[in-house]
Design a protein around this ligand. Structure first.
Ligand code: FES
Ligand code: FE
Length: 380
């Protein structure tokens, strides 16, 4: 267990400027380890897209809370998750990030063999499997849920309520889940995936995503499409409010030109709007009339975070051979601009100038709420 001292009190603002976390929270490996244990090993974690594993034997290997988690599609069509550790002598079962196995999962060390449901199927040189409990020596299960076409896993022995902590978080941002239901995200297909390897602490990325104070400075294309963002307010935190497209804007594209048809379930009141949602600790979702942008973050080190971003469209749009470039380019540029800003901050987190942290202006108050959420989560 880490011996790091965790600041648990909420600093009282002395002006309208609200204190941030101190710099060490972005640089100290002991704080990162504590977050791994108390946040990422305890919360539901969006680990993959269900469609990444379409067929029996397909697997994905993801790092969650410092553990390697293996997600596998079984012969019964169900997805299951396991710790990626052989029960014999602890070898990693799969080192590839993804792939397909024909029948079973076989450890490359001494060839213990597991079924796709995790049970031990065979072990060489055992006189008989009859006296070996296949479940007892099977792979360790990790809790798994699917929602929004996404595979969420939780390493906790007793996971928190998915309805409250994941679906409830979305509902709180949108005034219910009816709005997001209209996008039928589980039916959409990945039109484009871009993986960003960001040299910044995961909290800098969350904090960046939560505010729009920076939009006028670093997002020229986005503020062209969503003029209210030029004023610096984070629209996602006005419950049920979507940022409206500018009058001259036809679609959510890099040049404001028309996108694709509005998704069939999206009602007319959302037709020219953009919604942004965060689900603590590592998901950001953007809803626009004709597609969805879904970010999953993988915090790998105190100063390194991989962000996997999917652009999701109806299968018909992809089948039509439509050119996605202008559609994808808008948020790809936003991502590059945001991650560049995060990487600019990361080296300065260890400066004595930031030892006591920085400040938030009033429109960034929800970053203060995120800070309090993190402090509370790592304190117990
Ligand atoms: Fe896996 Fe020995 S460590 S079979
Ligand atoms: Fe941004």
């Amino acid at each position: 267990m880490s011996s790091v001292e965790v600041r648990t009190e909420r600093p009282e603002p002395t002006t309208s400027l609200i204190p941030t976390l101190p710099g060490t929270h972005y640089t100290d490996p002991a704080v990162f380890e504590l977050e791994q244990q108390r946040i990422f090993q305890r919360r539901w974690f969006a680990s993959a897209r269900s469609s990444d594993l379409p067929a029996a034997g397909d697997f994905r290997n993801v790092e969650v809370g410092g553990e390697s988690v293996l997600i596998v599609r079984g012969r019964d069509g169900a997805l299951r998750a396991f710790l990626n550790v052989c029960r014999h002598r602890g070898a990693r079962l799969c080192v590839a990030g993804s792939g397909t196995v024909r029948r079973n999962l076989q450890c490359p060390y001494h060839a213990w063999t597991y079924g796709l449901d995790g049970s031990l199927v065979a072990a060489p040189n055992l006189a008989s499997m009859a006296d070996v409990d296949r479940k007892e020596y099977g792979l360790i299960d990790v809790a798994l849920q699917e929602w929004l076409g996404t595979v969420w896993v939780c390493l906790a022995d007793e996971p928190p309520s998915f309805a409250e902590t994941v679906q409830g978080a979305v509902a709180a941002r949108l005034g219910g889940t009816d709005v997001i239901d209209g996008w039928d995200i589980d039916t959409l297909a990945v039109g484009k995936r871009i993986t960003y390897d960001v040299k910044a602490n995961w909290k800098l990325i969350v904090e960046n995503f939560m505010e729009c104070y920076h939009c006028a400075t670093i997002h020229p294309e986005l503020t062209e499409v969503l003029p209210e963002f030029a004023e610096g307010y984070a629209a996602q935190y006005f419950v049920g409010h979507g940022a409206e497209f500018g009058e001259e804007i036809s679609g959510f594209t890099v040049d404001g030109s028309a996108g694709f048809g509005t998704l069939s379930g999206v009602d007319g009141s959302h037709d020219r709007r953009y919604y942004a949602i965060t689900v603590n600790p590592q998901v950001f979702v953007n809803l626009v009339p004709d597609h969805v942008i879904f970010h999953r973050m993988y915090p790998l080190a105190v100063d390194r975070t991989v962000v996997e971003c999917d652009w999701l469209y109806p299968q018909e749009v992809l089948d039509s051979g439509a050119d996605l470039t202008r559609s994808v380019d808008l948020f790809h540029r936003v991502n590059l601009q945001d991650f560049d800003a995060c990487e600019r901050c990361q080296p300065a987190m260890s400066s004595r100038a930031y030892a006591a942290g920085g400040v938030l202006v009033p429109s960034e108050h929800h970053i203060g709420e995120f800070r309090d959420w993190v402090v509370t989560a790592i304190a117990d």
